[in-house]
Ligand binder design. Structure first.
Ligand code: 13P
Length: 261
C-alpha cells in the first residue's frame, strides 16, 4: 500500500485546436465523478495555444482536472523568439510542465544539460516538472536500459534541492513503446521504475525517494493500465494517443476500480 497519490496525465502532443480542446476537456470532466477525480490526480497537457481555453473551462466549471504545458524555455524572459517562459505558464494556471520528452530530445536535440536547466526554470516559476526519461530500441537490445535511464535521472536532477526532488514527477517512457502499440510489460515498467527509485534512495535517502511519483508511458490504454498500476513503483501513467479520446482517457483514470493499491 503506497501513500503516493496516483497521477494520470494526458499528453495531447501537437493535436487539437482550441475548439477541439474545449470539447475534449468538457467531455472528459463529464465522464468522471468527483470521487474518481479525488482518487487519481488527473492532468491534461495541451499545446500552448489551447492552454487559455482549458484554463477557462477548468476554472469556470471547477472541473477538478489539473493542466500543464508540454515544454518550457530555460530562460526567464527576453529575446528568445518562439520560446515560452515558465512565468507565462504559471500565469495561465498551469501546475505541470513536461520536460525532456523523447520527442524533444530526438527532434530538437535537447540534451541532459538543457533538460536540467528547464527543470530548474520550472521550479523557479512554481511549476512541477514531469521529467521524462527512457531508452531507445538499440539501448534496450543491448540490455543497457536501466543504466541509461538512471543516468538521465542523475543528470536531470543535478543541483536540485531535496524538497524539489520530492515534488517532481518522473516519467519512464521507453521510446520503442511510444505510439507503436508495443507496450512494455508490467515487469519491464517495474524494472526501470524500481531502479529509478533505488537510485533516488541511494542519492537522496528513503524519505525523499518514497515521495517521488514515477509514471510509466508508452501505448498505455484502458486495457493495460490496471496491470501497469499494480506494480509497486509505478505511480501513474503519461498517456499519448489514448488521451485524445475522452471516454478512453476517463477509463484509464478509473483504473482503481480494477486494481487495489
Ligand atoms: O509519449 C507518450 C506520452 O508522453 C506516449 O504516447 P502513446 O501513449 O501514444 O504511446
Amino acid at each position: 500500500m503506497t501513500t503516493r497519490k496516483p497521477i494520470i496525465a494526458g499528453n495531447w502532443k501537437m493535436n487539437l485546436n482550441h475548439f477541439e480542446a474545449n470539447l475534449l476537456i468538457q467531455k472528459l470532466a463529464a465522464s468522471l465523478t468527483p470521487a474518481q477525480l479525488d482518487a487519481v490526480e488527473t492532468v491534461v497537457l495541451p499545446p500552448f495555444t489551447d492552454l487559455r481555453t482549458v484554463q477557462t473551462a477548468v476554472d469556470g466549471d471547477k472541473l477538478g482536472i489539473a493542466y500543464g504545458a508540454q515544454d518550457i524555455s530555460q530562460h526567464a524572459s527576453g529575446a528568445y523568439t518562439g520560446e515560452i517562459a515558465g512565468s507565462m505558464l504559471a500565469k495561465l494556471g498551469c501546475s505541470y510542465v513536461v520536460i525532456g520528452h523523447s520527442e524533444r530530445r530526438e527532434y530538437h536535440n535537447e540534451t541532459d544539460e538543457l533538460v536540467n536547466a528547464k527543470i530548474k526554470a520550472a521550479f523557479t516559476a512554481g511549476l512541477t516538472p514531469i521529467f521524462c526519461v527512457g531508452e531507445g530500441l538499440s539501448v534496450r537490445e543491448e540490455s543497457a536500459h536501466v543504466g541509461h535511464c538512471t543516468s538521465q535521472v542523475d543528470a536531470g536532477l543535478d543541483g536540485l534541492k531535496e524538497d524539489q526532488i520530492k515534488q517532481i514527477v518522473i516519467a519512464y517512457e521507453p521510446v520503442w513503446a511510444i505510439g507503436t502499440g508495443k507496450t512494455a510489460t508490467p515487469d519491464d515498467a517495474q524494472e526501470v521504475c524500481g531502479a529509478i527509485r533505488a537510485r533516488l534512495v541511494e542519492k537522496y535517502g528513503a524519505e525523499v525517494a518514497e515521495a517521488v511519483r514515477i509514471q510509466y508511458g508508452g501505448s498505455v490504454k484502458a486495457g493495460n493500465i490496471a496491470s501497469i498500476m499494480a506494480q509497486p513503483d509505478v505511480d501513474g501513467a503519461l498517456v499519448g494517443g489514448a488521451a485524445l479520446d475522452a471516454e478512453g482517457f476517463a477509463a484509464i483514470v478509473r483504473f482503481p476500480e480494477h486494481v487495489a493499491r
